[in-house]
Design a protein around this ligand. Structure first.
Ligand code: HEC
Length: 120
């Protein structure tokens, strides 16, 4: 089961990066969800211990385990509290560990903060 998830994740990563290189110069859905320096800076102002690796992990869960049943949910909609609640509800469905859930939450928060999404 774990191996299957890993295989799915690596296929998704390959598909993701090949899509990305083809669409250079345009804004794609992927760009909306890809963490970079701005997102890292934004989250570190709140949680100094978050690293680029944390955001990368959260991102791969978001586009991996979290899309097994439905598409990518728009993380810039709804309040921070709603997102925290949804992540708590969805984590058992996605069968992720508490550490993975934390990385996912920091990633979602970083993306929202960098975009200036209001918390409520
Ligand atoms: C096993 C299937 C499954 C997995 C895996 C899963 N979800 Fe869901 N998700 C659902 C279903 C079914 C609903 C709609 C019913 C509900 O809200 O409980 C839903 C609803 C949601 C909603 C809120 C409703 C909306 O559309 O606004 C969000 C946000 C969400 N999921 C995010 C996630 C995230 C983040 C993950 C990864 C941690 C995830 N889901 C993994 C099945 C899944």
């Amino acid at each position: 089961m774990k191996l299957r998830i890993l295989a799915i994740l690596s296929v998704l990563t390959v598909v993701f990066y090949s899509c990305k290189s083809k669409s250079a110069g345009t804004t794609t859905t992927e760009d909306l969800y890809t963490p970079g320096d701005a997102q890292l800076k934004a989250i570190q102002a709140k949680y100094a211990d978050v690293t680029a690796a944390t955001l990368k992990e959260g991102h791969s869960i978001y586009i991996g385990a979290c899309t097994n049943c439905h598409g990518k949910k728009n993380m810039y909609k709804h309040s921070e509290a709603d997102w925290q609640n949804d992540i708590n509800r969805m984590a058992p469905k996605a069968k992720i560990t508490d550490a993975q859930k934390d990385a996912l939450w920091k990633y979602v928060l970083a993306m929202r903060l960098a975009k200036g999404t209001p918390s409520n």
